[in-house]
Design a protein around this ligand. Structure first.
Ligand code: ADP
Ligand code: ZN
Ligand code: ZN
Length: 749
């Protein structure tokens, strides 16, 4: 609206609901001159009051009388024109409602929802754990609240939506000293502070002075700087082996953007944004840095958001949703570990942060750098096609050698020892040698718990979750069986539930058991474990890692959490207990994920003065994902895997969507998915349909799931088809949550 035009009488508002249209509201006199597209506005919607985003203002009376808007929440748009455009693109590309997309892009709920923020006291965290051990607590609203708050502080509004009678329950929990409430206004002044770069007591041992770049780093940096100076869109793939010094290239590139008067955004994987990383950036860029982490609560996020918006913060380090940070004069976006799965959001809108980053850079004439030692097939293929410029860091810093990897065939080991040992003799010897020399060991087993399942020796029955079609995992510390899909836990049965036999077997090794067996094998070693069971509070992850880094432990056992990015010079041995976990999964990305995980894990060894070795135990010593990871040869893996994708028309050779129908009655899931299947039968030209068929895990949390995989030669065609399917579900009045569409899925499970 230009200043000379007549004041807007109406505004079209996008509502955060699974609907594909906007709604027109009448603007009260007082708002007419103030409302702009991209502002949030409170409006009545049915019986509720919701905060929507203004799409446009106008003077065209709608056919039916419009309700009146209630309150303007922003004096300035929270989404500028470019971000609004990005929101439209996401809704279109990922086939999700615009209103829900825009809500995900405006993490400012803290400013608008009134009420309190609730969090657990330390006895509250204990109680959550106790509850978790009790029989069938699921229907207990107190448990529900403890469980939700165990992850992060939440607002009353959020809890009210999730838990019936939450207000009463909360009052009772506060009385018992399990939950504490803080007022938003009070909270601003003295809340427990999440690690922000201004923290004086941040750990800084890793804040490192700028290094003089080596020749490869310099060449990569020169290319990026030239592009930044040209101020036009360009995309780079920075392919640098583990320990090649990618971070230093990022830091220099950010400097270059700042020097040009531009701002810069660095995206890191969920687990990668630790206080140590924040500290490093603070050390280099001082007060100019803002940190956005999904674990921050609303107020903290809102604060950082305003610092970015106002231009105080010119460098942003963020996890996935930070791709929407309101930076002005954006000159550079870096996506570190671009292959990481945490960039894909697993709820609506199911966007991929990396891909949105590339698009955003294009819209802003900015430069985007995607960095990885093991690029995703899509990204590497884009480099091959010339869409991205490929930059290589082929050597480790100071020409340190890559660790030597030795494959241990555990079938052979069994033939020779006649025992199903968790650790081969070679691995035990290597660990002992590290202990003798005061060097450190990391052991990877990408499966948590003690045993992965319990089976009856008499009849073969496996104990499954009552809500999901998966086996339950035995967690010894809790002496419980836990479902990793729905978190239900039950007692370990004394007898087989099917044939009453007493011969119950614990099968399949998990990280908890690896730790246990290590204690037996090396009674004097100091051992720590890093997995979802030991990382419960928000500081646990960093605490365990920094104690390991300081040398308080000799051995660190863990799941994929230990594989990511850590630079610990004294680690000279990495043991991969079972490289085969994940390889047999019915998912076309199984090989790629295994390769990435093993290569990243291997890359933790020998990053200091002493060279490292990696021992990789497997029953698939000839599988290309394992061979290539052992050789730490990405190019060899890429050549092989891209042929498989081409042959099978999987991405990047097709646009793929996973369409899942969910229902509490199996019958309904079946008939609904069959109805969708009929729409695509015969398959339209350029389209291939797999299914509908029961999903790999056919039942989760008591919902049956049928799945259809759609491969399309052309992206546009895929979008059209998905829109048709959604329209059909709306015409048939399905509950919006019963149709799940995942475009470019990262996992099919
Ligand atoms: P990557 O992320 O590629 O695995 P890092 O960025 O963690 O590697 O760098 C590995 C190590 O090398 C870090 O300790 C870093 O400080 C150091 N380093 C990076 N560049 C240089 C350089 N040019 N000279 C000396 N050391 C460097
Ligand atoms: Zn039995
Ligand atoms: Zn379950």
């Amino acid at each position: 609206m230009g200043p000379s035009s007549a004041p807007a009488v109406y505004c079209d508002v996008s509502i955060p609901a699974p609907l594909d249209r906007s709604f027109t509201y009448l603007l009260p006199e007082t708002l007419r001159h103030r409302v702009q597209p991209g502002c949030r506005i409170l409006v009545p919607f049915g019986k509720r009051t919701v905060a929507g985003v203004v799409l446009r203002t106008h003077a065209e009376a709608p056919p039916t009388s419009a309700r009146e808007a209630l309150k303007l929440l922003d004096e300035e748009p929270v989404l500028d024109a470019a971000l609004l455009k990005l929101g439209h693109w996401i809704a279109d590309y990922y086939c999700c409602p615009l209103g829900e997309t825009l809500r995900a892009m405006t993490p400012l709920a803290g400013d608008i929802r009134h009420g309190k923020v609730y969090s657990l006291t330390s006895s509250g965290h204990d109680a959550a754990r106790q509850f978790h051990l009790a029989d069938n607590p699921e229907s207990d609203p107190a448990y529900e609240i403890l469980r939700l708050l165990d992850n992060r502080p939440l607002t009353s509004a959020y809890l009210a939506k999730k838990v019936p009678k939450s207000a009463n329950v909360l009052r009772a929990l506060i009385k018992k000293g399990l939950v504490e409430a803080e007022d938003r206004t009070a909270e601003r002044k003295h809340r427990e502070r999440a690690p922000s770069p201004q923290d004086p007591d941040l750990p800084t041992p890793f804040a490192r002075p700028p290094h003089a770049l080596n020749a490869h780093q310099q060449a990569a940096f020169d290319a990026i700087r030239t592009a930044i100076d040209a101020a036009s869109f360009q995309a780079f793939l920075l392919e640098g082996i583990t320990g090649s010094g990618k971070t230093e290239v990022y830091l220099n590139s950010i400097d270059a953007a700042l020097a040009r008067g531009k701002t810069a955004l660095l995206l890191v994987p969920e687990i990668g944004l630790t206080p140590a990383v924040a500290g490093q950036f603070h050390h280099r860029f001082g007060e100019k840095v803002a940190i956005l982490h999904s674990a921050f609560h609303d107020t903290e996020r809102a604060q950082q958001w305003h610092r970015i918006r106002s231009g105080d913060a010119r460098v942003v380090v963020a996890t996935r949703s930070g791709v929407f940070a309101p930076l002005r004069d954006l000159g550079l976006i870096i996506v570190d570990e671009e292959h990481d799965q945490s960039y894909k959001q697993q709820e609506t809108p199911r966007y991929h942060g990396r891909d949105v980053a590339v698009l955003r850079a294009r819209d802003y004439n900015a430069v985007v750098v995607l960095g990885s030692a093991t690029p995703s097939l899509e990204t590497r293929f884009n480099a091959e096609r010339g869409k991205y410029t490929r930059l290589e860091l082929p050597e480790r810093i100071e020409r340190r050698p890559l660790p030597v990897v030795q494959i241990i065939d555990t079938r052979q080991e069994f033939l020779e020892t006649r025992k199903q040992n968790t650790f081969s003799r070679a691995l035990l010897d290597a660990i002992q040698a590290r202990l003798d020399n005061g060097e450190q060991t990391m052991l990877l087993l990408n499966r948590r718990g003690f045993s992965s399942f319990i089976a009856c020796r008499a009849c073969g029955e496996r104990v499954e979750c009552g809500n999901c079609s998966v086996t339950m995992t035995y967690h010894r510390r809790d002496k419980r069986m836990l479902c990793h899909y729905c978190n239900t836990s039950t007692r370990v049965p004394d007898r087989c539930p099917k044939c009453q036999s007493e011969y119950i077997q614990f099968l399949g090794v998990g990280s908890e058991r690896v730790e246990d067996e290590l204690h037996t094998a090396f009674p004097r070693a100091r051992i720590a474990r890093l997995d979802r069971d030991t990382v419960r509070g928000k500081h646990d992850y960093e605490n365990i890692l920094s104690r390991f880094r300081e040398g308080s432990y000799d051995i660190l056992v863990g799941t994929q959490m230990i594989a990511k990015g850590h630079d610990i010079p004294n680690v000279t041995l990495v043991g991969i207990v079972n490289a085969d976990v994940g390889l047999g999964l019915p998912d076309f990305r199984a090989a790629e994920r295994t390769f990435q995980l093993l290569t990243q894990a291997a890359g933790r060894a020998g990053r200091g003065q002493t060279p490292g070795i990696v021992l990789l135990q497997t029953i698939n010593p000839d599988h290309y994902a394992i061979l290539c990871a052992a050789a730490q040869n990405y190019e060899m893996f890429y050549a092989k895997e891209i042929e498989f994708r081409r042959l099978m028309s999987y991405p990047p050779f097709s646009a793929l969507a996973n369409v899942v129908v969910r229902a509490t009655k199996e019958e309904e899931a079946l008939t609904r998915s069959a109805a969708l299947g009929r729409i695509l039968n015969p398959a339209p030209e350029g389209i291939r349909v797999l299914g509908p068929a029961p999903a790999a895990v056919a039942r989760v949390m008591n919902e049956f799931r049928y799945q259809m995989l759609i491969k399309a030669v052309h992206r546009k065609r895929l979008s059209e088809i998905l829109r048709d399917l959604r329209k059909f579900s709306q015409q048939e009045n399905w509950n919006p949550t019963s149709l799940l569409i995942d475009v470019d899925p990262m996992t099919l499970l």
